[in-house]
Write a protein that binds this ligand. Structure first.
Ligand code: RB5
Length: 148
């Protein structure tokens, strides 16, 4: 699978470890930065990965900042994106099975690398269950069409 990844300065090391983990699993990873530990703005990277997912340039997106919160909020502003912040694998799995999340976020200052790998693994292997869940996801996406 082609996966986009992005991060801010707080998550550089974890991003590199997750990127390696994904490549070891056979995925193609497109790294949208940041590439240094210099302080930067997480919305920039949340948006970059989200636009890549929304346009189909990559199939799924993973974004990491200190908490996972800011970068996921930014990603969710892009039309078509359903980005979830997860700190454990159960929510990660259900976010795909029930919510068809197309982006995953977590916090490098919140969880350790082994938990992050477990979350990524669970999320990537889970399948959207459709049926009644499709109707609810459609309802979420319809909110984008309503305006103010
Ligand atoms: C950066 O200090 C921090 O605010 C950022 O990584 C993230 O946690 C924001 O939500």
């Amino acid at each position: 699978m082609k996966i986009g990844i992005g991060n801010d300065h707080a998550a550089l090391e974890m991003k590199l470890q997750i990127k390696e983990f994904l490549e070891e699993m056979g995925h193609e990873v497109v790294d949208y930065g940041t590439h240094t530990k210099e302080s930067c703005d997480y919305p920039v990277y949340g948006e970059k990965v989200a636009r890549a997912v929304a346009s189909g340039e990559v199939e799924q997106g993973i974004v990491i900042c200190g908490t996972g919160v800011g970068i996921s909020l930014a990603a969710n502003k892009v039309r078509g994106i359903r980005c979830v912040v997860c700190s454990e694998p159960y929510s990660a799995r259900l976010s795909k099975e029930h919510n068809n999340a197309n982006m995953l976020a977590f916090g490098a200052r919140v969880i350790g690398i082994e938990m992050a790998k477990m979350i990524v693994n669970e999320w990537l292997h889970a399948k959207f269950l459709g049926a009644r869940h499709q109707e609810r996801v459609d309802m979420i996406m319809a909110i984008e069409e309503k305006g103010m």
